[in-house]
Design a protein around this ligand. Sequence first.
Ligand code: UDP
Ligand code: MG
Length: 317
Amino acid sequence: MAKAPIFSVVVPLFNESESLPEFIARTTAVMDALGEPWELIMVDDGSRDNTAEILLEHAAKTENIRPILFARNFGHQIAVTAGMDYARGTAIILIDADLQDPPEVIPQLIEKWHEGFEVVYAVRRQRDGESFFKKFTASAFYRLINRITDIEIPLDTGDFRLMDRKVVDVLNRMREHHRFLRGMSAWVGFRQIGVPYDRAARFAGETNYTLGRMVKLALTAITGFSFFPLQVSTYFGFVSAAVALLAIPVVIVTRLMGSQAFTGQATALIAVLFFGGVQLISLGIVGEYIGRLYDEVRGRPLYILRNNPDEPVKKAK
Ligand code: UDP
Ligand code: MG
């Protein structure tokens, strides 16, 4: 391998065979123009199409490309984590392969890095080709996170960002299984700044972030950075206990005055069902934290590889 790279571009891939050649071409053009040594770390996250084969073909031709092949699909956040583990650059750039994040923006991120910022995140000015529902849920999600967690995640940012080696070294030491990288990279501090850009539509294929996956990521973000859901059940417990205490004298007095209010099974049934529901939800919230705790305690590896990223890729097979 040539000189140690200054820039590492880390890209997660899941069924991106259609975008891949175009992505590599555009990124190579942008990075070569910078005139510094760079590497392209591409993580195949257990794609079900021929992404891995296409990736290996390209890697055999270009020594800048270092492929990392997962044994199965581990998810976007884990794929990016693996890429950061193997990145050797002084600045690490995270970018998606679907060309929604234009590689042409990278030089602007690098400019800010040269000015001394350690985290330069790209802020979406507009989003082409995404549904109203996706935009709405995304914006609601960021507002919720900033309200209930201790960290400040800039609005309308994704994982598209540049991070200094110092930051990546810290992130690489955070081995939590349920990862929310945007939150983690806000949590570490350092000097951070945003660069606005226009998010394009996907080059090909469809989003892999279905509603289910988005909810999962949102839960990871919330449980990973706050105890708010647990505190909600505490507050709720206090409020309903207070209401019950106040209701006792009210019921006694109205009963002594001969009123028929609050007799009958319906009232009792509704109260039992309501608090049964609240208790089960609280139990579920506690369970959510315990499940995550269990995942951490088992200490399984974050990902499993089926190749050795440090070995150069052989030419023809
Ligand atoms: N991705 C991945 N593993 C997954 C899902 C997605 O590595 O399980 C990659 C995908 O190939 C893309 C990036 O993560 O490079 C972002 O995914 P996607 O475009 O589906 O998400 P969106 O941009 O819609 O949020
Ligand atoms: Mg995308």
